[in-house]
Design a protein around this ligand. Structure first.
Ligand SMILES: [Zn+2]
Length: 292
């Protein structure tokens, strides 16, 4: 039942290496050092729309996720729904630090993450692939567990669970039907896949407005794919490229998102968010970074 190549072919992750572990230790030291300076801490008070995205919150990560939400609340950040965050990023109505959460792929522990968010008055957007919600694709025990072998295997959300997310006030977005690398797909394949995901999700969960492309890098998207996503009726398009929004991006802007892992020490999340603020240019992000 388990497809051993699944993680390699479809996952947004790679298996952690010794180098990744060393990088994590270095990041901890750097984060602690930098965050001791007032100037660095003040970066996080910059008015902006900061899109944060995760894939999962395992049980052993729930306390970390709660700490991040508490820290944001205690430090002047207003949590926005995805639609409200997109509106502010488009219009530039950005008078304080705003944060918005989204989740890609839709594994089962998103349900608990959604409940934690709601307890903090926050709502997320869940970017889903129709193929993972179909019954025969539900169980993928290898996926999302290989980073922490002791964890209970995750599976994808069931249709009933997505319904619960929707009924709790969260939003559902498109992430392609097959978790396609859109830079490698033909125009026809892209059109058919987008149409299939919409035909699968919309009758169940209502109109889809928001799209996040799989793998999230500019190298996995293209100008042609962007045109087809817009033609398919999506009004927002998100990457997984790091960054923030602090000037008017206009309709259909390229949304930048910072990846967060709830198991990280809080200092990592704060440091990476501050880095995104420090590196942000005053110009809105441009689609010109995409391959043709
Ligand atoms: Zn994905």
């Amino acid at each position: 039942m388990v497809d051993p190549d699944y993680a390699t072919r479809f996952s947004d992750f790679a298996v952690p290496s010794a180098r990744a572990q060393a990088r994590k230790i270095a990041l901890s030291l750097l984060a602690e050092t930098r965050l001791r300076t007032r100037a660095y801490r003040e970066l996080l008070q910059t008015p902006r729309v900061h899109f944060l995205y995760l894939h999962y919150v395992f049980q052993d990560e729930e306390a970390g996720f709660e700490s991040l939400l508490e820290w944001l609340g205690d430090n002047n950040h207003t949590l926005l729904s995805y639609s409200d965050a997109v509106k502010r990023a488009e219009s530039g109505e950005i008078d304080r630090p705003y944060v918005c959460f989204s989740f890609d792929d839709g594994v089962d522990n998103c349900l608990k993450a959604a409940a934690i968010l709601k307890a903090h008055g926050a709502f997320a957007c869940f970017f889903l692939n129709g193929c993972n919600l179909e019954e025969e694709h539900v169980i993928k025990p290898m996926l999302y567990t290989y980073r922490q072998p002791g964890r209970k295997p995750a599976r994808y959300l069931s249709l009933g669970e997505v319904e619960q997310l929707k009924n709790a006030g969260h939003e559902i977005g498109g992430h392609t039907y097959h978790h396609l690398n859109l830079a490698e797909a033909s125009d026809d394949e892209i059109d058919q896949d987008l149409q299939r995901n919409r035909a699968f999700l919309e009758p169940r969960f209502g109109p889809l407005h928001h799209f996040a492309w799989p793998f999230g890098r500019f190298s996995c998207f293209s100008q042609a794919a962007r045109r087809r996503v817009l033609q398919a009726g999506y009004t927002s398009i998100a990457s997984a490229e790091r960054g923030i929004h602090r000037t008017p991006g206009g309709p259909g802007l390229c949304i930048l998102r910072d990846n967060i892992v709830a198991a990280w020490p809080l200092s990592h999340a704060r440091y990476l968010m501050a880095q995104s603020v420090a590196r942000a240019s005053t110009a809105p992000p441009s689609w010109e970074d995409l391959p043709a």
